[in-house]
Design a protein around this ligand. Structure first.
Ligand code: ZN
Length: 276
């Protein structure tokens, strides 16, 4: 048995996939793969071959709304997108009066970001290896990044120090409360499994817990609109996939409202938090 990163209790294995054990803490609702045999994430993403055209905007759904929400809280300042890939989000930020900063470890992405001048500053290494003074940044976004990190606590703690007082952190993630039941159901029915379970997985509850543990004040956590992309390669033009996604989103919003924001079965969640 491994121990929960958040409460240090021993947690049971839920399933094993490719020799890696996936565990979920019943108290925190925090899920994670066996860390002892975890792949070297940094090495993986440094050379990762993204399969899409850099000029194609893939992750834009929900960004317009998120940018509006962020602008209402912080209309200007140093805005850092961590794990910015080919700079799709930095591009979306271009019309606004932010100093744009991108952090990325993929060599191919860094070259593209520099060649296309997509940020005022581009950092080319992991946050934990970065030499940045405390209280330097106003806003940080992590779009589907935290769940791929093996050191989420250390990363969030470091970010908390780098943010200025009242600095804003926005995190989007796949929701454990959706993806784990879907995986179980598909395995039981022996049907194709669209679930996404990454190195560390969060629900509304565990995301709130880790943010508070790292010194943030949570503003809100709730459902995040799904991307237009079809990450499971079911064929994004197919009508029943779109209909299924729409139904999941409605159910996600309904469960969020019905629980008073404490939980949701929406496939993706987004958190807004501030440094006190
Ligand atoms: Zn726990």
């Amino acid at each position: 048995m491994d121990r929960c990163l958040l409460c240090n209790k021993e947690v049971p294995v839920r399933f094993t996939h490719a020799d890696r054990r996936f565990m979920v803490c019943g108290d925190c609702n925090f899920g994670f793969y066996d860390r002892d045999v975890a792949a070297d994430v940094a090495a993986h993403f440094t050379t990762f071959q993204y399969d899409h055209d850099p000029d194609e905007i893939l992750r834009h759904s929900g960004w317009k709304r998120a940018i509006e929400d962020i602008r209402a809280l912080k209309p200007d300042g140093v805005f850092v997108d961590i794990g910015c890939q080919f700079g799709e989000f930095l591009r979306a930020l271009a019309p606004y009066p932010y100093e744009r900063v991108g952090l990325e470890i993929s060599t191919a992405c860094i070259e593209y970001l520099k060649a296309n001048n997509l940020a005022d500053t581009i950092y080319d290494r992991d946050l934990l290896a970065l030499d940045v003074a405390d209280e330097s940044w106003d806003i940080v976004t992590m779009w589907n990044v935290l769940d791929l990190l093996l050191q989420p606590l250390e990363t969030l703690q470091r970010l908390q120090r780098i943010l200025k007082p009242d600095g804003l952190l926005v995190i989007r993630l796949p929701n454990l409360s959706f993806h784990l039941p879907v995986k179980k159901l598909c395995n039981t029915l022996h049907i194709r499994d669209p679930s996404v379970l990454h190195d560390t997985m969060y629900s509304v509850r565990s995301l709130r817990l880790i943010l508070e543990r790292c010194g943030y004040q949570v503003i809100r956590i709730g459902p995040s609109p799904l991307s237009d992309r079809d990450p499971s390669q079911f064929g994004h033009q197919r009508l029943h996939i779109r209909a299924g996604k729409a139904a999941m989103q409605i159910l996600g919003w309904f469960t969020s409202i019905a629980s008073g924001g404490r939980s949701t079965v929406h496939p993706s969640i987004i958190a807004y938090a501030r440094k006190p």
